[in-house]
Design a protein. Sequence first.
Lengths: 184, 238
Amino acid sequence: MKLIDRLMADDVKAQRELIKKFNSRIFMYFRLRIKGEEGYEDLVQEVFTSFFAAIKKNKVTEDQFIAPFIFGIARRVMYNFFYKKKRNENIQKKGEAEFEISYDFEEDERLSNEKMNEIIREVIDEKLADVDKIILKEFYLKENDVGEVAELIGKSRHYVSVRKERALKKIKNEILKDKDVYII
Amino acid sequence: MTCKEFASLTDSYLYGKLSEEKQEAFELHYFGCDGCFARLKAAERLHSKEVPIVAASKTPAFEWSELWKWKPLLAAAAALLVVVLLSTFVIQHSRHMKLIYDISTFPPPVYMKSEVRAPEYGEAFTEAMQYYSQGDYTRALEILKQIPPPSRNPQVIFFKGVCFLLADELKHAVTELDIIIEDMNASYYDEAIYYKAIALLRMNKKDKALEQLKHLAGMFSPYAPIAKELMEKVNNTL
C-alpha cells in the first residue's frame, strides 16, 4: 500500500515513518536557512501540520510528490517566518495549527544526531585509514580548505578531495544501514 | 541536480556559499534523495565538531591505492619491461639460431649428370640441375616445383628437398626428404636422413634432429662419420 494512501487513512505508523524520514531534513533546512535566529525549531512542526492538513485535502496523491511538496511547505514557512519577523508579528505558536501532531520533533532530531555521531565515530575509528582521519580532522574540525590540507600532508589537492569523498561515502553507507537514524 | 553535482556542492552549502538558485536546487534534491541526504548529514555532523577525530600522525602511512596515481607511469614501465624482455628473448633466440646454422653448415650434395642412381627426369630436371650446379638454388627450386607431383622419381624428390633446405623452406624440405626415407630408396636414403636432420635442427627441433643423426650414425654408411660429428657439435654447443 502506498505511503500516501496510508497517510490519508490516518495510519499513525505511516505518519511516524514520514516524520522520521523528513524531520532531520527539515531541521537541516531551517538550521542552514535561519542561522542565528531563535525559534526555528517550532517551524518544523508547522511544516508537518501543514503537510498533514494538505493530505486531508487531497493535495498530494502520489508518493513521489511527497518530498517536493514538503520542501515547498518548508520554503513557504521559512519565508513567512522572515516576513512576520520583519513586521514584528508574533510567530504562530504551537497548538494554533489546524492539525495537531503530538510529537517531539526536537527530541527526535537530538536523538537522531546523537546516533549519527555514534555511527560516524565508529566508522572513523574502525574503517578509515590514518590519512583519512587527518583529512577529515583538518577539513571539518580545523576548517582548513582542501589546498591547505593537501599542503599539510604533502599530497595533491585531488588526492585530498578523493580521499575525503571516499571517507564520506563510507560514513553515508553506514548511516543508510541504520534504520534507527533514518528511514528510507 | 545530479547526485554527483550534489556531492561537489555539499561543503559550499554547509558554509553558505551557494547562490540562491543553486541552494534551492540543492535543498530540493536532498529532500527527495536518501543517499545524498545521508551524505550531507555526515558532512554536517563532522562540521558540527561534535565528533572527535583522533588520527595517529600527520604523516600518512603508505596506501596501496596511491599506486593508482602512478598508473600511466606503471603502464609505461611495464611496457618497457615487456620490450626489454622481448628484445632479450629475440636477441638470444637469434644468437641461438645463428649457432645452429653455423654448426649445421653443409656443402650442397654434388649433382653428377653421369650418376647411375636414378634416371634423369626430362628436360626440366636437366635445366634445374644446371642452375643447381651453378649455385643458383632458387631458380633450380622454381623449376623443380613445376615438375608434376605424381613423379616419385627419387632424384627429383631428393634435389627438390635439398633445394628447399638451401632456400630455408624447412618444412617443405622435411616433407620431400621424408618421401625418400619412407620409400627406403637405397640411392638417397642415407643422404635424405642427414639433410632431414639438418632441416630439423634449423627448425629448432634438436631432439628430433639428434634422433635422425643417431640412427644414421649407427648405420654402415659413408654419412655415419659426419652424422656423428654433427651430433657431437650439437651436444657440445646447444
